[in-house]
Design a binder for this molecule. Sequence first.
Ligand code: ATP
Ligand code: MG
Length: 271
Amino acid sequence: MSKPKIRLEQVTVRYGNGGSMTRRIRDSEPAVEGSSHGERIILNGIDLDIHAGEFVSILGHSGCGKSTLLKIIAGFLKPDGGSVWIDDKKVEGPQSRHVFIFQEGALFPWLTIMENVSLALRSISDSRERHDKAREYLELVALEGVESHYPYMLSGGMRQRAEIARALAAQPDVLLMDEPFSGLDQLTRLHLREELLYLHVMLPSTTILFVTHDIDESLQLSNRLVILGEPPSRIKCCRTISIPHPRTLTTPELGELRSLIHHHLGVHSSL
Ligand SMILES: Nc1ncnc2c1ncn2[C@@H]1O[C@H](COP(=O)(O)OP(=O)(O)OP(=O)(O)O)[C@@H](O)[C@H]1O
Ligand SMILES: [Mg+2]
């Protein structure tokens, strides 16, 4: 098999009571060794290989460390133990082609939608060309006509699509999505789910890590499921889904996988 795109080796993260014991990656101090009073191990020796073009969903209870895991891969945080490698290079900080879509949303409120997306295209010096390119990405997520609007003027679903447009404009090699559809109504979620699937078909070499609490979303979108346990979290279950798209959620194979996820998350399948 080919070399993994992303490799996590024994990634361990601890947080203290009063704040993060996990230093920002730029800090020069050595990582904390050993556990001291008040620290809590969140991620406990996570090993994971992800291949280029994979769509991996990460599931687990609230607080098990999913966002922390994505932040470590993005290079926003330094693990207290172990390391992350992308393309055989150790992650030492954020990279412009490793793009993060935050759980909280992160459009700049003082910029228009066009300016937000254009920001990801600042390497294009010609402003007309930059503008046209930004428009292309906005069209891709069906956001024509709101270029001059500010984020507050858009609905939650539109803002989320604008975030996706901005992320895609950066031509991500690795796309880290932390509950990108949380807080949206069910219909918008279903619509964005379809769009994301379509975008992944259009950009097959982009590797996507997708944190979600929505089991059906993970079953519909991903080619691998990773379920984290409770802190000190380890990977409880890792399953490949080789069913081709488009998928019907009522198929027996997906039904079995749904039961497996329920089992690992401690819920009854009859729910
Ligand atoms: N900077 C921090 N300082 C201290 N503790 C933290 C910090 N960030 C996260 N934690 C704690 O680490 C644990 C894991 O947090 P994380 O945000 O990674 O969980 P999560 O799995 O993404 O949860 P959710 O599903 O609710 O988003 C939680 O108990 C959280 O309170
Ligand atoms: Mg989270």
